[in-house]
Design a protein around this ligand. Structure first.
Ligand code: AHR
Length: 503
């Protein structure tokens, strides 16, 4: 079967900026401890950062990293995580039922980001669960004020002479979720978020603030929550957050493969909600979206663990949420990246949750190696080639029937035109049984050849990369794509993620 679309630079969606390729480091399981940070590991540098993991993170191409949670942040005391390591307290982490040593904290995180690369930006989440305006202001002063005040001088005394210059701040995390420490009603949260935003802007009008949207689209108060929160914060914040995780519910692979249908509708719903508030306020301002948690996550496994764990056990850096992803999961991940790019006009920030070990593209073994999961590849390729003008793609595709979403296109695609004029087509074939021929009519684009077609696909959709076989699944080059008479023709293998570059 054949799917088609037309590309024309006169019809664009918006600009895909670097912030679409963010990630997330939470003090959860082994994301930090024995993930990015493992003093004593053979590959650790002088500060305990694993250089093997750093190299993979650079290859992955993450641009923004959210920290330190997540659910974790809602009981977090930032003061615990700074200063001499020997003086830092051990604390209970109620969110993940673990013990946090605080051996890795804010200063170590900023040093980690500097080592990832000069352009990787921090996105700090504030605790608006157990804390409030005063503590947010204190952290802002500690992190961003140059010197000459108690908290900025404390940072200097702790060894960080230069301010961290954090621009992006999350006003809490998933505050609508009853599981959240310090969970709030919409009106309680709206007020607290507005007051915190006002105070932080008094100190620095240049901060960029993210208001908490719903924890997920299935929350009973979804949209009503956002409307209530934005009604109070519209002029004070820049972004509103979305979180979404997907897995094959009840083994329904067909719907799982169409997860991006939900993601795109979620984005559309939230844009409509935010714009409705703007209309009511007669405001020309537009709130953008921070999709600051998205991924494939086999959530039932975590829920089962939480139900059955020993309540007396508070382990340090336990193995939690260590999903080992398949080819199928990688194809869905690619499709979620396509969904984000297709909405680059309103999605300003996106963070795949998370970076290492915890539902992550990178896995590590304590004392042992680090390796790429299947999902590493779509992210790395999209982060590398998905920058520039996103072209409007309207596919004419054969469909398949899904339980959740009815008829869904077999082809999911986007295209990005780089500053150098090259065009990258990112495409998923959702058909598990057969190949899909792709025909793209190119108008007004200065490209004349196929520079490469890379695919991630496998005869075994359940194949994964493991400690014993870390390179079992890697992308491969596909030959045969042509660009002739202004038409790109390529064959997409069954159940595949594809990157086709035109120059
Ligand atoms: O990413 C894992 C968890 O998922 C985060 O801590 C929380 O914000 C979300 O529910």
């Amino acid at each position: 079967s054949t799917a088609r679309f037309t590309l024309d630079p006169a019809f664009t969606v918006g600009t895909a900026g670097p912030r679409l390729f963010g990630s997330f480091v939470e003090h959860l399981g082994r994301c930090v401890h024995t993930g990015i940070f493992e003093p004593g590991h053979p590959a650790a540098d002088e500060s305990g950062l694993r250089t093997d993991v750093l190299e993979l993170i650079r290859e992955l191409g993450v641009t923004v990293v959210r920290y330190p949670g997540g659910n974790y942040v809602s009981a977090h005391r930032w003061e615990d995580s700074v200063g001499p390591v020997g003086d830092r307290p051990r604390r209970l982490d109620p969110a993940w039922h673990s013990t946090e040593t605080n051996r890795f904290g804010l200063s170590e995180f900023m040093a980690f980001l500097r080592k990832v690369g000069p352009h990787t930006e921090p996105m700090l989440a504030l605790n608006l669960g157990t804390r409030g305006v005063a503590e947010a202001m204190a952290l802002q002063e500690y992190a961003n004020h140059p010197s000459g005040t108690a908290l900025s001088d404390l940072r200097v005394a702790h060894g960080d002479k230069d301010p961290f210059g954090v621009r992006l701040w999350c006003l809490g995390n998933e505050m609508d979720g009853p599981w959240q420490t310090g969970h709030k009603t919409a009106s309680e949260y709206a007020r607290l978020a507005a007051e915190t935003a006002r105070a932080m802007r008094q100190v620095d009008p240049g901060v960029e603030l993210v208001a908490c949207g719903s924890a997920n689209r299935a929350m009973p108060t979804f949209a009503a929550w956002e409307a209530a929160v934005l009604a109070e914060t519209y002029d004070l914040v820049d972004h509103v957050s979305l979180h979404a995780y997907y897995w094959p519910e009840n083994g329904d692979i067909g719907s799982f493969l169409a997860s991006a249908v939900d993601m795109e509708s979620f984005i559309d719903d939230l844009v409509a909600t935010a714009d409705h508030v703007g209309a009511r306020l007669k405001s020309p301002k537009r709130i953008s979206l921070s999709f600051d948690e998205w991924n494939v996550w086999y959530l039932p496994a975590w829920e089962e663990h939480a139900r059955t764990r020993d309540p007396a056990d508070w382990p340090e850096a336990p193995r939690l949420l260590e999903d080992n992803y398949t080819v199928l999961d990688a194809v869905v991940t690619g499709s979620l990246l396509i969904a984000l790019l297709r909405h680059a006009d309103r999605v300003a920030v996106a963070c795949q949750a998370q970076l290492v070990n915890v539902i992550a593209p990178i896995l590590t073994e304590p004392g042992g190696p680090a390796w790429r999961q299947t999902t590493f590849f779509p992210f790395a390729q999209a982060a590398r080639h998905g920058r520039g003008q996103v072209l409007d793609v309207r596919v004419d595709s054969p469909v398949y029937r899904t339980e959740k979403y009815g008829d869904v296109d077999l082809l999911h695609a986007t295209a990005v035109r780089g500053d150098d004029g090259t065009v990258t087509v990112l495409a998923v074939n959702r058909d598990r049984t057969g190949p899909l021929t792709l025909e793209v009519a190119l108008r007004g684009l200065d490209v004349s050849a196929v520079a490469g077609h890379s695919a991630l696909a496998d005869a075994d959709p359940g194949a994964r990369n493991t400690l014993g076989a870390p390179d079992r699944v890697v992308p491969h080059d596909v030959h045969g794509a042509t660009l002739a008479g202004g038409v790109l023709t390529a064959v997409l293998e069954p159940l595949s993620w594809n990157v086709i570059r035109l120059v």
